[in-house]
Design a protein around this ligand. Structure first.
Ligand code: HEC
Length: 111
């Protein structure tokens, strides 16, 4: 029984570590690739609810990509949105965006 409890404990620790690692990666992605145009990152992330963010990031971020590729004003982001890096990292980005969405109740720390 004790072994089993240890096992459960370990699994939950690993899961939460893993999740925060993903959120951290997503935050880094946001800071590097979105913040230059969408300043005040925290406030920007908190303008949308989880369900809205998910609609942007689903299907490898298709909608997010299209919005930017169709906008001349966002031309500086075209290389990034067309890159493999974006389609690969968009899942981390999603973890981050959902974590701090308007209805998440979370506020990111500034570090
Ligand atoms: C080069 C500048 C630039 C970069 C980099 C950029 N965006 Fe944008 N983004 C824009 C512009 C300009 C628009 C408005 C497009 C339009 O509606 O014509 C926009 C629109 C959006 C929208 C929808 C409109 C809104 O404000 O609700 C979302 C969501 C968004 N961007 C998220 C992101 C995310 C997430 C990233 C990083 C992965 C990112 N953007 C990177 C310039 C940028």
């Amino acid at each position: 029984m004790r072994k089993f409890l240890m096992f459960v404990l370990l699994i939950s620790v690993f899961t939460s570590l893993n999740l925060s690692a993903a959120i951290y990666k997503g935050q880094r992605e946001f800071v590097r690739n979105c913040a230059k145009c969408h300043k005040a990152g925290q406030a920007f992330v908190a303008t949308k609810r989880k369900i809205e963010w998910r609609s942007y990031t689903r299907a490898k971020g298709d909608r997010l990509k299209d919005i930017h590729l169709e906008s001349k004003e966002a031309s500086k982001s075209h290389r990034y949105f067309s890159s493999k890096k974006f389609s690969k990292n968009v899942r981390h980005l999603e973890d981050f965006l959902l974590e701090y969405a308007k209805d998440s109740g979370n506020v990111p720390a500034c570090n």
